[in-house]
Design a protein around this ligand. Structure first.
Ligand code: ZN
Length: 63
């Protein structure tokens, strides 16, 4: 098995982990093309229950 030539410094480890933590905290928010509500990217819209133009259930406000 090939091995790393140098030990990863504490500084480099810290820089890498700093970005990893930041990515967890901030979700990728976008607006829904159907109802223009804020939603997380690449997920089902929770207010109109559609994704990519397809409906996946009855919206919460019409139940
Ligand atoms: Zn929507």
């Amino acid at each position: 098995m090939p091995q790393p030539k140098k030990k990863t410094s504490n500084s480099k480890t810290g820089h890498r982990r700093a970005h990893w933590i930041r990515a967890l905290d901030i979700p990728n928010l976008t607006t829904c093309p159907q109802c223009h509500a804020a939603k997380i990217q690449h997920t089902l819209c929770q207010s109109c229950m559609t994704y990519k133009g397809r409906s996946y259930g009855v919206p919460a406000n019409e139940r």
